[in-house]
Ligand binder design. Structure first.
Ligand code: SF4
Ligand code: SF4
Length: 386
């Protein structure tokens, strides 16, 4: 099948952080040192060649960028300092914008101002929900003067409304993320010929890699630190997400009384605060390859998580101290950070890799069942193409 050449791809990729594409002279050293590049999935040289030639179809339908975990071995040894690890990162940003049907991701990656604007816009909507003349937030509080002297969350953010809001946010987030993921599957698998049964038998790969990202452990360098802390981070925000979306009636207490769900809340908070601070410090230190180049989306990922956890625990502390107004205000600030993060960053920004990466491992496994692929693999064994 022929490939359409799109002029201007190299310039476009530079806006996603991939400004070293022309530097590569295709020696293949990066692919040779990459411990994850094997068998029928060889990278990053081949994908960088697609970038240089502007082969947009091949770039869009390739899964290789998602199979790279940015250990940085290739960048360390590239004789041209073409930063192949960062080029894989840039291609993941580019692919995220291609999967997204709304076009928002593309705009956000191309303009930092637009990304900030979108986050602020959602934060303002949350603010207005609590401050506009309605029966919610400060207006409701004015009808319960006793809640100004004793903390009573029911008088500020009634549980039934908050829980309803949670479900709306979760449904919106799920719809955006899953519809973009469906586009990814369609783009990648269209015409692959993979049998339906393979989609079912290989589905376990999505679950395994969603929960463990275990391919990361196969990288030869920097593995333990990044992989283990990433697993902790996943357990932290998964715990908080489940608490808020499913267990909110128990988790959001009207007063300072203890409930066992708080223990999980403490776990999630400690993990999120510790790991995100560690990630921010590493990104500022720029020691590892993965932290040498940072786009806005790379900063927003740990920063918003950190602020969400910090405002959440501060709100809890104010409630325990019996300080009504600081509790309500901090609760509002907490939502003004958490909601934009969930509806903007998760489906359109760096967070989306949490789904795309396991999906890529799964689709790679499914593709291996395609008859054309099976036939092509035999000669490929004697004719390496990397
Ligand atoms: S990125 Fe560097 S190591 Fe990889 S093919 Fe290009 S020049 Fe060679
Ligand atoms: S960063 Fe690591 S995993 Fe990614 S292509 Fe380079 S060597 Fe392979």
């Amino acid at each position: 099948m022929g490939s359409r050449v799109k002029p201007g791809v190299v310039q476009e990729l530079a806006r996603y952080g991939g400004d070293t594409v022309p530097t590569c002279f295709n020696c293949g050293n990066c692919t040779a040192v990459c411990s994850l590049s094997k068998d029928d999935t060889t990278f990053p040289r081949k994908y960088i060649r697609y970038m240089q030639l502007g082969l947009e179809d091949k770039m869009t339908t390739s899964l290789e960028p998602w199979l790279c975990y940015y250990c940085g071995d290739c960048s360390d040894t590239c004789p041209r300092e073409a930063e192949p690890g960062e080029l894989m990162m840039a291609s993941r940003r580019w692919l995220t914008s291609r999967y997204d049907w709304t076009g928002l991701s593309r705009l956000m990656y191309k303009s930092e101002a637009f990304e900030i604007f979108m986050l602020v816009l959602v934060a303002v909507v949350v603010l207005l929900l609590f401050t506009l003349p309605s029966n919610y937030g400060f207006k409701l509080l004015s009808q319960h003067p006793e809640a100004l002297t004793t903390v009573n969350m029911e008088a500020f953010a009634p549980l039934h409304l908050t829980h309803y809001g949670d479900w709306v946010v979760a449904a919106l987030l799920g719809f955006l993320l899953l519809s973009n993921a469906a586009r990814m599957v369609f783009m990648v698998m269209r015409g692959s010929g993979a049998p339906l049964g393979a989609y079912i038998t290989e589905f376990k790969e999505v679950i395994i890699h969603l929960l463990t990202q275990k391919r990361w452990s196969e990288c030869t360098s920097n593995t333990a630190k990044h992989w283990v802390r990433h697993i902790f981070l996943v357990t932290g925000y998964a715990t908080m997400f489940i608490l808020v979306v499913i267990f909110l009636p128990w988790f959001q207490r009207p007063d300072a009384n203890f409930h066992w769900t708080s223990l999980f809340g403490y776990y999630g908070t400690v993990v999120l605060l510790a790991v995100t601070l560690w990630m921010i410090a590493d990104r500022m230190g720029k020691k590892d390859q993965i932290h040498k180049h940072s786009e806005l989306s790379d900063w927003l990922f740990p920063l918003l998580l950190f602020l969400t956890a910090l405002t959440g625990i501060l709100m809890h502390a104010f409630r325990l101290l019996g300080l009504p107004m600081p509790t309500y205000v901090m609760y509002l600030i907490h939502l003004m950070v958490a909601v934009p993060m969930l509806v903007i960053e998760v489906p359109f920004g760096k967070w989306a890799h949490l789904l795309y990466r396991p999906l890529a491992v799964y689709l790679t496994a499914v593709k291996r069942h395609a008859p054309a692929r099976l036939g092509a693999m035999a000669p490929a064994l004697s004719r390496p193409d990397h």
